[in-house]
Design a protein around this ligand. Structure first.
Ligand SMILES: *[C@@H]1O[C@H](CO)[C@@H](O)[C@H](O)[C@H]1NC(C)=O
Length: 272
């Protein structure tokens, strides 16, 4: 009898809620997802509640569960019950704040144990719930940069394993790439080499907020301009020396001829 009455009341309550149901009140976490947090820093999530004038927020709950379903399930981080909005965190590094239609969650000294899917659930005075979700991951440093060549397309492809938000930049002989060397794809991962010959050291540098790492591809050594000039100068000097030598020889021979001529004259003079 009691059970029946209870169920009836429940059904009546549900029907009463139906016209508005769960769609009336809604809550969203105001962050671009997923959120990446540097280990040791703070995570701040803000949630905004949309509601009709007839509705009242009765309870706000923040929860977290692992992103992959293997590890232990949901953990309640904080609850803000009643109208006072005095929030109680369940851990010393968790702080929750509630103001009008906004609730914020702060987690200090973020660690890998704090990653996962965060959920904020708002319950109205009739017991209807609405939940907003947000994926939170750890900000990872750059890992395993590799550089490979695509021979058929004269291009170099730079790869990085699992760093967060990697930025790619390229160097040729330790100088930033210019149009004369090649062009970099929009995402930065591919360098189409246009210089001929394809020579020298190509470096791909991958960086993010936590640091950088690089990889280098070494092609055949370049015949640098400096070496070319030196060779030209040496050739010129050798040529000049040769020409000078030949001229000196010719002059010396002419000198000898002239001397002989003078001696001949002297002989003739003596005879006369
Ligand atoms: C070389 O690059 C082209 C164009 O991006 C691609 O289609 C091809 O599969 C690549 N070859 C190798 C061996 O990676």
């Amino acid at each position: 009898m009691d059970l029946q009455r209870f169920l009836c009341r429940r059904v009546a309550l549900l029907l009463l809620l139906m016209p508005c149901g769960l769609q009336c009140m809604s809550v969203h976490i105001l962050s671009e997802q997923p959120v990446y947090v540097i280990p040791g820093s703070s995570l701040v999530l803000k949630a905004r509640v949309e509601q009709t004038p007839q509705e009242e927020i009765s309870v706000v709950t923040w929860e977290r569960e692992p992103e992959s379903g293997v590890a232990p399930g949901k953990e309640t981080l904080a609850t803000c019950p009643g109208r006072s909005f005095k929030c109680a965190g369940t851990r010393p590094n968790v702080h929750v704040n509630m103001q009008a239609q906004e609730s914020s969650l702060l987690i200090n000294k973020f660690s890998s144990a704090d990653t996962g899917v965060y959920a904020v659930t708002v319950t109205n005075q009739k017991g209807a719930e609405t939940t907003g979700h947000c994926i939170v991951r750890m900000y990872e440093e750059v890992h395993q940069v590799s550089l490979s060549i695509n021979v058929s397309h004269s291009s170099l492809v730079c790869g990085e394993a699992w760093g967060t938000d990697p930025h790619f930049s390229w160097l040729h002989e330790r100088v930033a790439i210019t149009q004369t060397v090649g062009t970099v794809s929009k995402d930065g991962t591919t360098l189409s080499v246009t210089m001929t010959p394809f020579c020298g050291h190509f470096t791909c540098m991958v960086s993010n907020k936590l640091g950088y790492s690089s990889a280098t591809y070494t092609a055949a050594p370049c015949e640098t301009e400096g070496r070319g000039t030196t060779a030209a100068v040496v050739c010129l000097v050798v040529l000049l020396l040769l020409v000078g030598g030949v001229l000196a020889f010719l002059l010396w021979r002419r000198q000898r001829h002239n001397n002989r001529g003078v001696r001949l004259h002297e002989h003739l003079d003596d005879a006369i």
